[in-house]
Design a protein around this ligand. Structure first.
Ligand code: FAD
Ligand code: MLT
Ligand code: ZN
Length: 499
């Protein structure tokens, strides 16, 4: 494991769990809700990348909001630090303990509470432990879709998505969770339950506090229920996988797609040739090397053998006017090829091919994880500068590691990954602070969608002014005066320990 914990010190004000604490939790939650089993704790202490590892001795699994409230009230009175955990798919070390914090997972709270099917409504109300993929399937049967989709859907929980303000593959069309989450219920550090579970589209009564919990990574409260606006499912969907000769063409293609396709464009993703060759050479559990199998153009030429940047585009069009949209789409693709923006490409011929294209894109994080150690940077940057950073990073790193770039181009979000055989401080010294300074100089964000977690808590000043960070620290102190909720994450610890 990477030795990140050495950069922060355990807050000595936090208590250490005692047998009396365990007895209290067993009385409150029953045996099932109090997990001390070594294997289960090992998994809950380790993050998805195997990069961050805590040493918690206790995982609690409440079944309802009242239990969450009682747990927090007790932990607050005992000054026991806690880490809220969802599907544990976070990529910034936010979901695992740093030291011995109590892990609280709301995974047993997985009921769908209501769904308003009327097309103009489409409001889903559910508990925070619902797995994203289960919500997607539920809505599919009802003729609706979730406004967010991401590669971790099989494990991540909606409470975790809301707490990280996850972006994902559909943000271009459906916007961020700050728009689609209509309400939520959250429990504060002292056990107070905040009922903000509205289902209204419009509600301007005072400060809209729910937004504090969207993206605050479990540092202000535990999200227990969510109400979310879901769009109706369109009957037809198509995806094109296109290759451009250089980044500038990709960027121009995005602008053209936005102009010509407007509302029917739901995703515009990007992966460079290093990303493409990595994912093509990775064997996924239960599947063969799909990259080279499916990416063939209509002449049967293998895409992966071409050293070009490739990007999948997804087009959605409604069945009723599908033929019109299909004509639009074909005309756009034809024009893009004729004008030289697109060098080669495939339009999915059926649903299986469409999902294979997504499988390639969504398989990238796993491919990187399997390749060894990975330093992940999740940046918002001005589109015209985005790929300059990738190229400069390649020069900066040299042959010691591979620079692999992909991301949500349509949202100006670059995922810059540096893949190395093992975590190595010499490599890290070549990446940081270079990458943060570069991003800050270009007025980008050092976290577009993954959050700050432990990884970037001390780096927040690269993207936020001192005054802004100070207000954030005041809010944290107001809502969680003992600092028990997800300590060492999101904000610099030095700032929170000051009076
Ligand atoms: P966890 O990882 O368990 O927790 C994440 C953070 O939220 C932690 O700080 C935790 O303390 C807090 N938290 C969790 N649940 C709660 C709760 N109920 N109340 C309060 N705080 C809570 N992110 C994107 O934005 N876009 C992507 O496209 C994307 N793709 C991914 C693909 C893969 C393969 C993987 C592994 C991760 C990806 N992620 C992506 C990162 C990750 O942020 C999301 O997977 C997801 O939103 C995290 O949800 P989770 O339930 O796993 O939360
Ligand atoms: C993605 O877009 O695939 C996710 O954000 C995960 C990652 O950056 O690796
Ligand atoms: Zn992403």
């Amino acid at each position: 494991f990477y030795s990140v914990a050495t950069t922060v010190h355990r807050n000595p004000l936090f208590s250490i769990i005692s047998p009396d604490d365990i007895s209290y939790f067993k009385t409150l939650l029953g045996e099932r809700g109090v997990v001390q089993d070594a294997l289960a704790l090992d998994a809950a202490n380790t993050d998805w990348m195997g990069k961050y590892r805590g040493s918690s001795k206790l995982l609690l699994q409440p079944k309802n909001t009242e239990e969450v409230s009682q747990i927090l009230k007790y932990c607050n009175s005992r000054c026991l630090a806690v880490v809220p955990q969802g599907g544990n798919t976070g990529l910034v070390g936010g979901s695992v303990p740093v030291f011995d914090e109590v892990i609280i997972n709301v995974g047993l709270m997985r009921n769908i509470l209501s769904f308003d099917k009327v097309i103009v409504s489409g409001v889903l109300v559910c508990e925070a432990g619902c797995i994203l993929e289960n919500l997607i399937s539920f809505l599919d049967d009802e003729g609706f879709i979730m406004p967010l989709d991401l590669g971790a859907k099989g494990s991540c929980q909606i409470g975790g998505n809301v707490s990280t303000n996850a972006g994902g593959l559909r943000l271009l069309r459906y916007g961020s969770l700050h728009g689609s989450v209509l309400g939520l219920e959250a429990v504060l550090a002292n056990g107070t339950v905040l009922d903000m579970l509205g289902t209204l589209r419009k509600d301007n009564t005072g400060y809209d506090l729910k937004h504090l919990f969207i993206g605050s990574e479990g540092s202000l409260g535990i999200v227990t229920k969510v109400s979310i606006l879901t769009p109706p499912k369109l009957s037809s969907v198509n995806i094109a996988f296109l290759a451009c000769e250089d980044y500038t063409s990709c960027q121009k293609l995005l602008l053209e797609a936005k102009k010509k396709l407007g509302g029917i464009l739901s995703a515009f993703e990007f992966l460079d040739s290093d990303a493409m060759s990595l994912v093509s050479s990775t064997t996924f559990l239960g599947t063969e090397n799909h990259g080279q199998e499916v990416i063939k153009d209509k002449h049967g030429q293998d895409f992966t053998s071409i050293d070009l940047r490739a990007l999948p585009l997804e087009f959605w069009y409604s069945y009723a006017s599908g033929s019109i949209f299909m004509e639009n789409l074909e005309a756009f693709l034809l024009h893009s090829v004729e004008s030289g923006l697109v060098a080669n490409g495939v339009l999915a011929q059926d649903i299986n091919q469409a999902s294979s294209f997504w499988h390639i894109r969504e398989g990238l994080p796993e491919a990187l994880m399997k390749a060894g150690a990975v330093y992940k940077y999740d940046l918002s940057l001005p589109l015209e500068k985005m790929y300059d950073l990738v190229e400069e990073m390649r020069v900066q790193i040299g042959p010691a590691a591979k620079v692999v770039a992909y991301g949500h181009l349509g949202d100006g979000n670059l995922h810059l990954n540096i893949s190395a055989p093992a975590y190595d401080d010499n490599i890290l010294a070549k990446i940081e602070p270079f990458v943060y300074e570069w991003t800050s100089k270009n007025r980008g964000s050092i976290s577009a969608e993954h959050g700050l977690g432990l990884m970037k808590a001390a780096k927040i000043h690269y993207s936020k002014s001192p005054e802004t960070v100070q207000v954030m620290a005041s809010i944290k102190k107001l809502l969680d005066p003992n600092g028990i909720l997800n300590p060492y994450k999101v904000l610099p610890s030095s700032l929170l320990s000051q009076n």
